[in-house]
Ligand binder design. Sequence first.
Ligand SMILES: [Zn+2]
Length: 285
Amino acid sequence: MGKKEKIAILLDKLFVVKFLFYITKAYYGKHIRVVNYHSTPPFEAANFEAQLKFFQANYSSVSYKELEEFYKTGKWTKTKPGLIFSFDDGFRDNVDVAVPLLEKYGFKGWFFIPVGMIDLSSEEQKEFVGKNENRYHVEYKDGRYLMSWDEIKGLYNNHVVGCHTWSHHRMNINDTDEILTKEITLSKQLMENKLQKQISIFCWAGGEEHTYTNAAAKKIKESGYKFSFITNTFPVKSGQSPLQINRTNIESRNSLALVRFQLSLLMDIFYIPKRKRVSKLLTLE
Ligand SMILES: [Zn+2]
């Protein structure tokens, strides 16, 4: 358990975090929050379900159309604030574990896929999931750790899918135009060809400050994406750029205390300086 989680649990016991969470929700009013997960292994299913119960009590589901509508009208019409459940990296256990639970509690999942990784061999997939999730992974007997294209097609029909670069590339200032084209433009085309559908969501990989660049932001816009997700924790409110939608990291193993803490004003305030710097970097002329 990390230090942040221990502090969150202690403060939660003192009702500080619960109080902060409810104040935050009331303060933002009609808003949407975006959370991002990674792997959701079966041994964390019970904990993930407890999180879902909490989210169901406090938020309502957001479909792609509803996000579009929110940006168009600037209004969120459901009684509870919206919650976008996003899942990065295309883990197969999202399909097996997260999806049935999301559906049980009436939420849409938003799945962001590093599209070039889907067709890798099992050895290469194992290396990728090990690199990006260093905890225990389900040992799938057939050696496939990521979703298949058929599974992604199913998710497109019932949930939401987007592009999470070609090779899970963290953008950096040394990226050539060739790299940006592959990671941002060709990845979109590959996904559109495989699914025979239009893809209009991009999600940056990494999230560290040096992984955001103006050149990549420009390429994202030029490639025709409508929405782009970053990770500097903040609610989505009308008037914000749809190409700079912030998310808050949650994992299926996290306690409810940490979930509430992550979604509180305290964290929104903590991220102000980074959010400002990144937003300046990504804002186009
Ligand atoms: Zn990722």
